[in-house]
Design a protein around this ligand. Structure first.
Ligand code: PLP
Length: 372
């Protein structure tokens, strides 16, 4: 079955009793027992399980080709729960370029708790191999990475992880399963900030973990999900499920516009460089062609000059909203170093663009007037 059909069928389950085509939102936090004190179904209390959340979790597993899906209250809650399933003394290997909240969690929360971690350029397989220690349990990849759009070779990195008895996790937020399916490439776990493309409308916070198999580690994460309760509300689950119905069309259309924008910016005299997987000169072009079905709708641009020139440029834009986050239907632009704060290692002239569903010609005209 094609991805778009799967995304629709998975989220579309007409109710046999009422016939409702759109699934209801199950708000009840508790479930009644009969006279013999038996529960009619698998639900007891909504923290460990809820029918609306379960429907989303099944959909997520299906879309990523995994055995188990778990939904969380944010991308960070998903990441945190995975790290909590490790033990003090374990070691994590993380891409140098990654969403800044992932190393922040490791440094500020899990390092004091006993995890150690190393950041390594995941484009360099020899460096990855050399950074694996005896106690390495997780190789955490983010590809394309945030904000430099670096690409990690998921097949090779999964192999390195497995050779060392570790697991390979991929943050697939930017590519989405429309363009990249990490489990098919050998990864053990896929992570998402469903706040982004999966929900797609910048109106819900959510996260997910999808596991290749029902292993001991999967069960440990499920235990933590139910015990600690970093879970999304039923309404938030419903919103993410609704977003998934249009995921394929949105991502492909946004990606087509992003390609045109990247090409336009590459040829502009005020631009120093453009980071985008769809450009012929992307340094990991051959890996992109092997592991991605398309370049995606995120790009970063470094304008000539420094922070002042970058901020002057975005100040003149009228169709791109100056805001953090990404993956919604509206185009956003962000001076990443401002968002990341004083410890940011992102170049000061870099702007990150999340391309939305506006007409490409209008977006190009807006960029042109702001750069000229
Ligand atoms: N991973 C990536 C690649 C992200 O871009 C983000 C948020 O921007 C996150 C994880 C964290 O997700 P959330 O904001 O839903 O906690």
């Amino acid at each position: 079955m094609h991805f778009d059909t799967l995304a629709l069928r998975a989220t579309h389950q007409p109710d046999p009793i009422t016939g409702v085509v759109v699934p209801p939102i199950h708000l009840s936090t508790t479930y009644a027992r009969n006279e013999a004190n038996e529960l009619p179904g698998p639900y007891i209390y909504t923290r460990p399980n809820n029918p609306t959340r379960e429907a989303l979790e099944k959909t997520l597993a299906m879309l990523e080709g995994g055995a188990v899906g778990m939904a969380f209250g944010s991308g960070q809650a998903a990441t945190m729960t995975l790290f909590q399933a490790l033990s003090p003394g374990d070691h994590v290997l993380l891409s140098t370029d990654a969403y800044y909240g992932t190393p922040a969690l490791l440094e500020q929360v899990f390092h004091p708790w006993g995890l150690t971690y190393t950041r390594v350029d995941m484009r360099d397989l020899e460096a990855v191999r050399a950074s694996i220690h005896e106690n390495t349990r997780v190789l955490w990849c983010e590809t394309p990475s945030n904000p430099m759009l670096d690409i990690a070779d998921l097949r090779s990195i999964s192999q390195l992880a497995h050779d060392a008895g570790a697991i390979c996790v991929c943050d697939n937020t930017w590519a989405t399963p429309v363009l990249q399916r990490p489990i098919e490439l050998g990864c053990d776990v896929v992570m998402h900030s469903t706040t982004k493309y999966l929900s797609g409308h910048s109106d819900v916070l959510g996260g997910a973990l999808i596991f290749k198999e029902e292993a001991e580690f999967t069960q440990r994460v499920r235990l933590l999900q139910g015990l600690s309760g970093a879970v999304p509300s039923p309404f938030d689950c419903w919103l993410v499920s609704r977003g998934i119905k249009t995921l394929g069309v949105r991502v492909r259309a946004q990606s087509d516009t992003a390609q045109r924008i990247a090409e336009f910016l590459t040829n502009h005299l005020a631009v120093e460089s453009v980071h985008y997987p769809g450009l012929e000169n992307h340094p990991q072009r051959s890996i992109i062609q092997q592991q991605m079905k398309g370049p995606g709708a995120m790009l970063s641009v470094q304008v000539k000059g420094g922070a002042d020139e970058a901020l002057r440029f975005i100040g003149k834009l009228t169709l791109f909203t100056r805001a953090t986050s990404l993956g919604g239907v509206e185009s956003l632009i962000e001076h990443r170093a401002t968002a990341e704060g004083p410890n940011s290692i992102t170049p000061k002239n870099l702007l990150r663009i999340s391309v939305g569903l506006e007409h490409a010609d209008d977006l190009l005209a807006d960029l042109a007037q702001a750069l000229d």
